[in-house]
Design a protein around this ligand. Structure first.
Ligand code: SAM
Length: 351
């Protein structure tokens, strides 16, 4: 969600229609009156409109809008709802707040994200490249491809090879120390968010020559003594307020007041309990080191960027999370089999 200096209040989902109409009218007036906050208010209006539309159902929507929100035209309502649906794609380092966008610029971003049709999984990669809307998959070695593909505003997000001898298709996960350092140096230039074993993260920090700005422990239950990994942010600050979780003491009077005032939960803690992708998981593919989509989803939610780049994208979990959140992303993978898996996962998602 988008937060600004004067963020519009996000209502709880149980507002009655009369309240929704009043709130929609207010947000519409604010969107017009305040040039600076126009997009933030337009998004808030869009969220309210989507709620109202869901409650009213097919057939009654347009008459309700005309009767209850007379100053909001159908066209404005459609624009607001489109903005609300794609709000995550409007944030990034150069666009810290949707408030900095003009409505027209915001709509242009959304159009870019939606312009390219998804390719069928049957089509071959064209010159080692496939595209699904704002998501690109490149087949090849990230050391050769990254210099050509990386742009200002991109943030690397990657679960890197751990160099522990995992059996990957076509890649030796047991490189001599120097070669491994060269691979990490080439692929993980800040700003970047790296997932790895805690001990290896010290080495990665030395290789890329920077201390992390923040760290989160990703914990999980496993049959082995190793039950957590480290996620580190280098050269970029995560915003944990963007990721809300249920309050631990919902009966506490102060917490109840926060909830009554529209708070959607506590800011994220610095440890995330997310189970590994197991054979029984619905998202499991044949990739032996598949990252759970939920890990990638949370990283993206707290790390605004114009575009995300995973130089070791494997089965494409980063790309799946990016597509879900309407963000732009590219993945690079040396195995064509894994590229195809990533592509199938993207194709299976709604456009
Ligand atoms: C830890 S796995 C990434 C898993 C991925 N996050 C997923 O969800 O499936 C590392 C991946 O890096 C790939 N890889 C290793 N060296 C590479 C290189 N030089 N260029 C591109 N991909 C590479 C491996 O084939 C492997 O799929």
């Amino acid at each position: 969600m988008i937060r600004g200096d004067g963020p519009a209040r996000i209502p709880p989902p149980h507002l009655v229609l009369a309240d929704l109409a009043a709130d929609i009218e207010r947000e519409h007036r604010l969107a017009i009156a305040s040039a600076c906050d126009a997009v933030a208010h337009a998004i808030a209006a869009g969220r309210l409109l989507l709620q109202a539309k869901r409650q009213i159902g097919h057939g009654g929507w347009l008459p309700w809008l005309a009767a209850k929100c007379p100053s909001v035209s159908i066209r404005s309502a459609q624009v607001y709802m489109r903005l609300a649906e794609c709000a995550p794609s409007l944030t990034g380092p150069n666009t810290q707040r949707a408030a900095y966008f003009s409505l027209r610029a915001a709509l242009r971003v959304i159009a870019q994200h939606r312009s390219a049709p998804a390719l069928s999984t049957q089509e071959p990669f064209l010159n080692g490249h496939a595209r699904h809307g704002a998501i690109h998959i490149h087949h090849g070695d990230c050391r050769a491809l990254l210099p050509k593909l990386r742009r200002d505003g991109d943030i690397i997000v990657s679960d890197v090879p751990y160099n522990v001898g995992i059996s990957y298709d076509g890649y030796n996960d047991c490189l001599p120390s120097d070669e491994y350092a060269g691979l990490i140096r080439a692929a993980c230039q800040p700003p970047c968010v790296i997932i790895s074993y805690p001990e290896l993260m010290f080495r990665i920090a030395m290789i890329i020559g920077m201390e992390p700005s923040r760290a989160v422990a990703w914990v999980y239950h496993a049959n082995t003594p190793r039950q957590w990994r480290l996620i580190c942010w280098f050269g970029v600050e995560p915003d944990f307020a963007r990721l809300r979780q249920p309050y631990r003491n919902p009966t506490d009077a102060r917490v109840q007041e926060l909830i009554a005032n529209g708070s959607e939960g506590a800011a994220s803690y610095d440890w995330w309990l997310i189970e590994q992708t197991k054979n029984v998981s619905a998202e499991k593919t044949c990739h032996l080191a598949q990252t759970p989509v939920e890990v990638m989803r949370r990283i993206l939610m707290v790390t605004p960027a114009l575009r995300y780049v995973d130089p070791f994208c494997g089965s494409g979990s980063l790309l799946v999370a990016a597509k879900e959140l309407c963000r732009a992303a590219i993945g690079i993978e040396q195995s064509s089999a894994y590229c195809q898996i990533a592509r199938q996962r993207l194709s299976a998602m709604p456009a």
